[in-house]
Write a new protein. Structure first.
Length: 317
């Protein structure tokens, strides 16, 4: 089954050229099936790029997904046309009128600021609090993950001396439905100035599923399977890190070239092997499948969650 998006959303034309099947909202209404309702709270500056990246991954699912794009009402975007936002995006209050099967909260380039200094922080807090009783599962990405860990569990972020930037190998510590079929270790793009204080995790109902010595924890889940935290950017395209590096160079930001990103024997740094794409697709398919299996047909019951200890799952050899 396809994702359901507006026919004239820019991502629709891009995905069509990639032979990815997206169903228009008008056509979807003729199918006798209840699609999963998935919200995307898009906090990234280049919203059309992020829309396309996430929709590309979500479209890999055989299930029908009805997508709701959400923007902050109290923030003015500098990089996305206001007409685009008004046409295709909902405000948080509009989104929160219904229950959702799944919710994605993206990253944002604000990790060097205290959470309370971000101009839409109070609005995001309202969304995160609402999500615990109105969504089956919430997927938090990069800064969105740090914001969720702080809001829900009081875990502070740590400012790094320099930007963590590149594609880093991660080791799976615990088996989990989210990581079914993953290779171990696996590659994960990282682009952030901050991380989390791992020492605080044992005092919370959280499990670290994957980590590395260079990045620290990269994937965490709550033991009730409600919240998922991805410190990296599985959704990134092949050249996204390079584009960020060139942007930083043009604006005078002293960012080093992304580590473990370019092909090692390419002295000119022109060849970029995408070592994370297959696992990225797998992760999003696993998430959607898990949401589908756990979400109630009656969405008024969506806030109920089960406890699952990580020892219930077996790590693949």
């Amino acid at each position: 089954m396809p994702i359901i998006i507006a026919r004239d959303l820019p991502a629709a034309e891009i995905l069509k050229k990639e032979s990815i099947f997206a169903l228009s909202d008008q056509s979807a209404q003729r199918q006798d099936i209840r699609p999963l309702k998935i919200g995307i709270v898009n906090l990234m500056p280049k919203k059309i790029q992020t829309e396309t990246q996430l929709l590309r991954l979500l479209s890999m699912s055989p299930l029908q997904l009805d997508i709701r794009l959400v923007r902050m009402a109290n923030h003015k975007s500098k990089n996305t046309n206001e007409n685009h936002l008004k046409k295709f995006y909902r405000t948080p209050k509009e989104m929160m009128k219904e229950n959702l099967d799944g919710l994605i909260i993206t990253g944002a380039p604000v990790e060097q600021k205290p959470f309370e200094d971000v101009d839409y922080w109070s609005e995001l807090v309202e969304i995160m609090s609402w999500s615990q009783t109105h969504c089956t599962s919430i997927l938090h990405i990069c800064w969105g993950a740090q914001a969720g860990l702080f809001h829900h569990y009081g875990i502070e972020k740590t400012l790094y001396e320099k930007k963590l930037f590149g594609v880093f190998s991660q080791t799976i510590l615990h088996a989990h439905p989210l990581l079914r079929g993953f290779s171990n270790p696996f590659a994960s793009p990282q682009s952030r100035y901050t991380g989390i204080c791992e020492e605080q995790i044992p005092n919370t109902p959280l499990t670290v599923l994957a980590k590395s010595a260079e990045t620290g924890p990269s994937i965490l889940v709550s033991n009730n399977r409600k919240n998922i935290f991805l410190l990296g950017h599985f959704e990134y395209d092949t050249k996204t890190l390079e584009e960020e590096y060139l942007r930083d160079q043009q604006t005078g930001v002293a960012t080093e070239k992304p580590q473990y990103y370019y092909q090692e024997d390419d002295q000119h740094n022109e060849t970029i092997p995408n070592t994370w794409r297959s696992n990225a697709s797998l992760l999003f398919m696993n998430w959607v499948n898990d949401v589908y299996q756990r979400t109630p047909f009656d969405l008024t019951q969506v806030g109920q969650a089960e406890f699952h200890h990580p020892d219930e799952y077996q790590l693949e050899e």
